[in-house]
Design a protein around this ligand. Sequence first.
Ligand SMILES: *Cc1c(COP(=O)(O)O)cnc(C)c1O
Length: 362
Amino acid sequence: MPLTFPLTRNAAPASTERIAEIHADPGFGAYFTDHMAVATWRQGSGWGGDGVVPYAPFQLDPSCAVLHYAQEVFEGLKAYRHADGSIWLFRPERNAQRLQASSRRLMLPELPVEDFLASIEQLVRVDAAWTPAAVGGEASLYIRPFMFANEPFLGVRAAQRVTYSVIASPVGPYFPGGVKPVNIWVTDEYSRAGKGGTGAAKCGGNYASSLIAQYEGAAHGCSQVLFADAGTGVNTEELGGMNIMVITAEGELITPALTGTILEGVTRDSILTVASELGLRPVARTITLAEIFDRVDSGDIIEAFACGTAAVLTPVAEFRSRQGNHAVGSEPGERTLQIREAILDLQYGRAEDTHGWLRRVV
Ligand SMILES: *Cc1c(COP(=O)(O)O)cnc(C)c1O
């Protein structure tokens, strides 16, 4: 039986004025809508207990498995309001499939794609007023589906009770003052993911383990961290929460090939598709850090950027490491901005959806 997420209305929803106030300065992930979607999976009976209910804290038993063994996976996508007021999702089936893949890796149950879509669509419809107009072209409703082992039991095993939920948060443009390149710390001390590990799964544990490198980077004036492969430390992998791409003077767009330790970004995939339409040659292959640094220094790599749902494309100003710095440019590159606009134009319905990537909700 497909889940329908019946609504239990919040008796005290935010006023129109309050929502307008939040939309004026939303930040990122600071305010949440009036409702949340929930569903429970139980060994034997499967998924049920679904609903869209008033946003409220969970009550968890102190022995709840996720608090001890980190059995948790999540997703991140956005709802975009188009100029005519309609609200759309961008390739949400991809997120549904990725959540299933992440769940398999963490021994959590798979949520059917249609149930994933239903949970998000129902929540976005109910809280439609929370999806901001595209101020400056980039405000949206950030959607966070997640799932965790919610079983009061300290034994280490696949949980027999699991909670799935979706919360939503209005977000403004990632770069309110205009797109600004950031410095990237290339850590040689920490790894994000190892062979056979959880690198390709979107799980909280990966983020917890990358935090220390994030702080190491901050101490070197960097706002993001780039990780190499854990085995050799030679090959470029990705950032803590974004994929990495570089553009050569000859018009190649290079990104590390998926190895099982890299998270397969929806933005990454979309850019690889859009790039060829913009006259670039997309290439997914193994690329060493040394190649990037040498070609940045020789002026052969002219642009570099990180990509993910939250910031879309973040240009790289400089790669910094203990061995030295490699400056790409203090202004965003022309191609980077072009790709960024192309993706945003699709998401906000300003360009024709030739790939069938948009899904209307409201
Ligand atoms: C979510 C995530 C990305 C980006 O994925 P998108 O689908 O483009 O948002 C990249 N790397 C990691 C580690 C991530 O968790």
